[in-house]
Design a protein around this ligand. Sequence first.
Ligand code: PMV
Length: 325
Amino acid sequence: MKATARANVNIALIKYWGKRDEELILPTNNSLSLTLDGLYTTTTVHFENHLTKDVFYLNNEQIVGTAYKRVTSFLDIIRQKANKENLYAKVVSTNEVPTAAGFASSASGFAALAAASTRAIGLHLTDKELSRITRRGSGSACRSIYGGFAEWQMGSHPDGTDSYAVQIAPQNHWDLCVAAVILSANKKKLSSREGMRRTVETSPFFTGWTNSIPRDLKQIKSGILARDIEKVGEISEANCLKMHATMLGAKPPFTYWQDSTLAVMHKIQMMRKDGIPAYFTIDAGPNVKVIYEPEYEEEIRERLKHLSYVEEIICCRAGSGITYL
Ligand code: PMV
């Protein structure tokens, strides 16, 4: 009744932005990501008969409150599926994702929790089944089951049975890199959950966003298969800008950008003028992620590291899916 799993974070090139069902975490569009190496969560789940409730430790600290509630609510789903409703677990996690990095550590966190808990309780799931259940913890986490490039298919069934991720290309298909340019350690003001809700409910640009996804997906998939950095970079950057534009149209409007976010975006566009194929993407926070191929890593780092508003640059390659330890 004990298992340990490790999951990497992923970065969306085609973003997930909007839910059609908040309880089941069903999205309003397909999304596509690259799983990264080096930024991961390792989780051990031990179901024990003597426990009367779940306990959760993260980085050697016992967690209570909202984060604890999210973990136990997720374990309730696993218990129900395994028909073991009165069995509680000790969950021990370590996060190798700097919280300031602006990578959703919830993605690696829930992917590792889902893999370890389902295995510990004796469920034998396919990747597809694991991805589907991981989605209930955090939407973007369902893509971290796979290495390399993964697409979360939104599905159409109201019960969510057809909403899960599939692999588009494995880790070794293409040595694509992503660098996180860390600008601020401030906690983000609006959660992605809140931001999505407000956008779906009030932004007149939201339908434009969802309507544009199928074309972006079709093109980026052919770009990924052809290892075409220009195509993949251009589509990723434009898709990210469209997602952030929906927020400016919301009521009240909001943005995750700060001055330095715009400054880095501008720097990256200037690099392209100088012949460096670098592109950006940004999630629900101020930090910028740069997309590039390995031979340009040093040059990109050089051009960004001396800027006063850049705190740190974390360079990552394509990573693997779930591993059991
Ligand atoms: O899964 P969540 O609730 O952390 O939402 C993630 C949303 C974005 O990071 C902005 C986009 C994405 O697809 O990862």
